[in-house]
Ligand binder design. Structure first.
Ligand SMILES: [Fe+2]
Ligand SMILES: [Fe+2]
Length: 152
């Protein structure tokens, strides 16, 4: 389950914890209001986590960040629609929630986030190598592309 980046791993754990809480709440037949609160929490944490991940992708210049962010957007809409469905529907089926979580959350972490994780490892190694080879250019790491001419 680990993607090899501490903050991201912690956030995934928290997301899974909230998702499990939702599955439990539904399976033990908690009231509609409790379930709606957990879904709201899940939605809020999802927005936080996705934007955090997208910030990292931007910072690391992850080449597939556009596709990944588009997938995040799709998932945000899915959870929003799911929330709407829960608000309308009195009878929420635990199995249905579990299936949704598997597809929606685990599916994304195991495919898209894993792809990013592979990139993080390579990125960190390249950064380490840079520090080792040329410590004098470390200050230029966050320079914009317009600084390129100055580097030559
Ligand atoms: Fe992601
Ligand atoms: Fe993620």
């Amino acid at each position: 389950m680990s993607v090899g980046q501490k903050d991201v791993d912690e956030q995934h754990k928290e997301l899974i914890r909230i998702a499990n809480g939702l599955i439990n709440a539904v399976s033990i037949g908690r009231g509609k209001r409790t379930i709606q609160n957990v879904v709201q929490k899940l939605r809020e944490y999802t927005v936080f986590h996705f934007s955090n991940e997208e910030g990292m992708m931007e910072q690391m210049r992850f080449p597939e960040r556009g596709q990944h962010a588009a997938e995040h957007l799709r998932l945000k809409l899915l959870v929003k629609n799911y929330q709407r469905k829960l608000y309308k529907n009195e009878n929420v089926n635990a199995e249905e929630v579990l299936d949704f979580m598997k597809d929606w959350l685990l599916g994304h972490i195991l495919t898209f986030d894993r792809g990013f994780a592979t990139y993080i490892v390579a990125f960190n190694e390249a950064e380490k190598a840079k520090e080792f080879d040329a410590p004098e250019v470390v200050d230029d790491v966050d320079g914009s592309s317009s600084d390129l001419s100055e580097d030559e």
